[in-house]
Write a protein of this length. Structure first.
Length: 136
């Protein structure tokens, strides 16, 4: 009976440990490094979390229609190493985000490479796509 209990506990522990690993993904599985995207908009939400941070912006097109875009970025620790400090990005800031589009082009999602603030400051926040060297 004790062996069965240990087996059940081991299986449960395995599922708990595997959950976060399963939620993480490889870059090429979700994003297309050959589809660069650049959008300008206003930050509406920032999620600094592991394994990836997310930046959400409202982008207004020429007709005044607003579309929400989500961009995956690096971990908070990686952002700090890139020079991002608390308060660098704030809800309401106008930004330009350069990166690559999701493989599913029907959604407004991308992997951010660079965020440029309205004052011209630039921060590398994610992996490089297949753009030529010197593009950022």
């Amino acid at each position: 009976m004790a062996r069965k209990t240990i087996g059940v506990l081991a299986a449960a522990l395995g599922l708990l440990v595997a959950g976060p690993a399963r939620a993480h993904h490889s870059f090429p599985a979700v994003f297309d490094a050959d589809k660069p995207v650049t959008v300008q908009g206003v930050i509406t939400e920032i999620k600094l979390a592991n394994p990836h941070s997310w930046f959400y912006i409202d982008v207004t097109d020429a007709n005044g229609k607003v579309a929400r875009w989500g961009f995956e970025g690096a971990t908070p620790t990686s952002l700090i190493r890139s020079g991002v400090k608390p308060g660098t990005f704030k809800v309401g800031d106008k930004v330009t985000i350069k990166g690559v589009h999701a493989r599913d082009t029907s959604v407004n999602i991308g992997a951010a490479r660079e965020i440029i603030l309205a004052d011209g400051r630039s921060f590398i926040v994610g992996p490089k796509g297949n753009e030529p060297d010197g593009a950022y």
